[in-house]
Design a protein around this ligand. Structure first.
Ligand SMILES: [Mg+2]
Length: 418
């Protein structure tokens, strides 16, 4: 590129030799237009591979075939062989370092991550099965069996299993070996069952330990099934499919229980549950937290004048606007009737006011079911030692204040009494 700009900059070539050198460079670039593209492609493949390894996705040597054309010269071929060996052993940590080395020669980094090329799009939505075993051949056997029906993640020890179980996407099932050097399967299972994030993931022990007492122990600490080796592949597949179905059904039920049926937002029950946890976290980490209570203005008149079905449509539309305006970590709930609550983590008063004001403005500017709909907002920031009820009450009083001052406005709550 510099060369081309150089040629263009030479309005009046003073030196014929200089021009000739530039000309040769330009033609060589034009003759090899793919070099840059190939480099980008290679860096992209490397980034993708690294992301997969970090997520604990199952990667077998077939995944390396696409890299081969780019690694014809040493030292890359040597590294590629090494990488294949590491993947065969499921030694992921070292494999990641090896991928880093492989990608090093090029300075050019594709912004694949920012562009969203890695992550979401390339993954089908299949149930996620995490296979945990210290013996690579066992992982390979199970992964080979399940690879076509599930998204497979692998861990070669107990600690890595705990790490991957907490990470997104959360596994729908864990196949857990018992005898492992870093932490045995019983302990891994107990720890999974102790954490709120992982306690609902079904665990199946897959093990050579075939004593009745061992199976009893496994089931007593919360595993849903116990498969002894050697196993029949067809039976393993069938049992896994059964437990995945059960897990999906219970997820669906749990989801139903925490949602408001009309709007699809979280319901009051879920809000109270999650708010208590978020509030104790905020106190513990000394992080700000805000709650916004929102009451749709003159909603009774909408129902009276246009009927309840229009009223319902208005609430659904308002809820959609609220969701659009929220971050992933925000909790947006329908508190009841035409009342809504935003629970904002890591959000101080100033950010909370900005947020409330922005949402209020968008609502004012949007015709909802052809009607001009507005709402009154009450905002409170969590005070030292305050509980959910205290916070909620102050936000609620601020809503009254907003109503009495003419509606369609944001009011900040009085400070909490010390
Ligand atoms: Mg083992």
């Amino acid at each position: 590129m510099d060369t081309i700009l150089g040629v263009l900059a030479l309005d009046c070539p003073a030196d014929y030799n200089q021009l000739q050198v530039l000309g040769t460079k330009v033609s060589s670039i034009l003759q090899h237009p793919t070099v840059l593209g190939e480099l980008e492609e290679f860096v992209f493949l490397i980034d993708q591979l690294k992301a997969k390894l970090e997520r604990g996705d199952y990667v077998d040597s077939a995944d390396l075939i696409s890299l081969r054309p780019y690694c014809r010269q040493d030292p890359e071929e040597h590294l590629l062989r090494k990488l294949r060996e590491l993947l065969g052993r499921f030694d992921m940590e070292v494999a990641i370092r090896c991928v880093d080395k492989l990608g090093q020669p090029s300075r050019l980094r594709l912004r694949a991550r920012e562009d969203g090329l890695i992550g979401g799009d390339d993954m089908e939505i299949k149930p996620v099965v995490l296979i945990v075993d210290d013996a690579p051949s066992n992982i390979q056997l199970l992964a080979g069996l399940l690879n076509s029906s599930y998204q497979i993640k692998v861990a070669n020890g107990g600690l890595r299993c705990l790490e991957l179980a907490e990470a997104e996407p959360s596994p729908d099932l864990i196949l857990l070996d018992i005898q492992m050097p870093d932490m045995d399967g019983y302990e891994v299972c107990q720890r999974l069952k102790q954490s709120d994030n992982t306690k609902d993931i079904p665990v199946i022990f897959v093990t050579g330990k075939d004593q009745v007492e061992e199976e009893e122990l496994g089931l007593s600490i919360g595993a849903v099934d116990y498969i002894t080796k050697p196993y029949s592949p067809a039976i393993v597949e069938a049992r896994i499919a059964t437990h995945i179905t059960l897990k999906q059904q219970s997820d669906a039920l749990r989801n139903l229980a925490m949602r408001d049926q009309l709007t699809g937002l979280y319901n009051r029950h879920f809000l109270i549950n999650v708010a208590e946890k978020r509030i104790s976290q905020a106190h513990r980490h000394r992080q700000p937290l805000c709650l916004i209570m929102i009451d749709v203005d003159h909603f009774k008149a909408v129902n009276d004048q246009h009927g309840h079905s229009v009223g319902d449509d208005v609430l659904r539309e308002v809820a959609r606007i609220f969701v659009e305006q929220s971050r992933n970590e925000d909790v947006v709930a329908r508190f009841g009737g035409e009342e809504f609550v935003f629970l904002l983590d890591a959000c101080d008063l100033e950010a909370g006011v900005n947020k409330a004001e922005k949402v209020r403005q968008i609502l004012e500017d949007t015709r909802v079911q052809g009607l001009a709909i507005t709402a009154s907002f009450g905002l409170a920031q969590l005070a030292h030692g305050e509980d959910f009820l205290g916070l909620l009450n102050r936000a609620d009083e601020a809503v009254y204040e907003a109503k009495s001052k003419g509606r369609n406005r944001v009011e900040v709550a009085e400070e909490a009494p010390v």
